[in-house]
Design a protein around this ligand. Structure first.
Ligand code: IMP
Ligand code: MG
Length: 184
C-alpha cells in the first residue's frame, strides 16, 4: 500500500476567506436573533442538504427553543463551479409541517433558484410561515424575488468552499470558508 505521504494530495491549497472564529461569532449572533424572533414558538429548521451540513449543526446549538429539524435535498448537478439549470429536490421528511413555522437553512444562496424551488415545495404543505436563513448570501443579477431573512455574510461573485460547501463534493470538512487557490 502507498504510504499516505506519497499519495496524490486530494486538496488544492485554499486561501482562507472567513476564518473559524469569525464564522462562530456570526453563528452565535444568528442563533440569538432567531431565539428572540421565535420566542414562544417551536420552529422546524429545514436544512437544505448537503451544504447546510456544518452550519445547521452549529446553528441549532445556539437557538434556545424547543425546535425540530428536517432535511430536504437539492442537487443542482453543477460540474465544478459552473451553474447548471437542473435542480432536483428530494426529501424523506417525517414531521407534519402543516401549521408549523419553518426556517429553511441554506449554506449559500446565489441566484436563489434553489431555495425558491424549496420554499415553493414547502408552501404546498401549508406551513404557518416560511423564512430563510443562509450562512452566505451571494446576490447575483438573475435573482428571483426571494430574500433570506437571516444572513451570515455577504459575498461577491466568488466561489467558496468549506464549512459544508463543496467543489465537486470535496472540501466540505474544512472548518473555515476559503477559495480554491489556482495560482499555487
Ligand atoms: P442558487 O440556486 O443559484 O442560489 O445556487 C445555490 C446553490 O449553488 C447552493 O446550494 C450551492 O450548492 C451552490 N453554490 C453556489 N455558490 C457556491 C459557492 O460559492 N460554493 C459552493 N457552492 C455554491
Ligand atoms: Mg454544491
Amino acid at each position: 500500500m502507498t504510504p499516505v505521504s506519497q499519495r496524490r494530495q486530494p486538496y488544492k491549497p485554499i486561501d482562507v476567506l472567513i476564518d473559524e472564529v469569525k464564522i462562530q461569532r456570526r453563528v452565535v449572533e444568528l442563533g440569538i436573533q432567531i431565539t428572540r424572533d421565535y420566542a414562544g414558538r417551536e420552529p422546524v429548521l429545514v436544512g437544505v442538504l448537503k451544504g447546510c451540513l456544518v452550519f445547521m449543526s452549529d446553528l441549532i446549538r445556539h437557538i434556545n427553543l424547543p425546535l425540530e429539524v428536517e432535511f430536504i435535498s437539492a442537487a443542482s448537478y453543477r460540474k465544478g463551479t459552473k451553474p447548471d439549470k437542473n435542480i432536483e429536490i428530494a426529501d424523506a421528511m417525517t414531521i407534519d409541517l402543516k401549521g408549523r413555522d419553518l426556517l429553511v437553512v441554506e449554506g449559500i444562496v446565489e441566484t436563489g433558484r434553489t431555495v425558491d424551488r424549496i420554499v415553493k415545495r414547502l408552501k404546498e404543505l401549508e406551513p404557518a410561515s416560511v423564512e430563510i436563513v443562509t450562512l452566505l448570501d451571494k446576490p447575483s443579477a438573475h435573482r428571483p424575488a426571494i430574500e433570506p431573512k437571516y444572513k451570515g455574510f455577504k459575498l461577491g461573485n466568488e466561489f467558496v468552499v468549506g464549512y459544508g460547501l463543496d467543489n465537486t463534493q470535496k472540501y466540505r470538512n474544512l472548518p473555515y470558508l476559503g477559495r480554491v487557490s489556482e495560482s499555487r
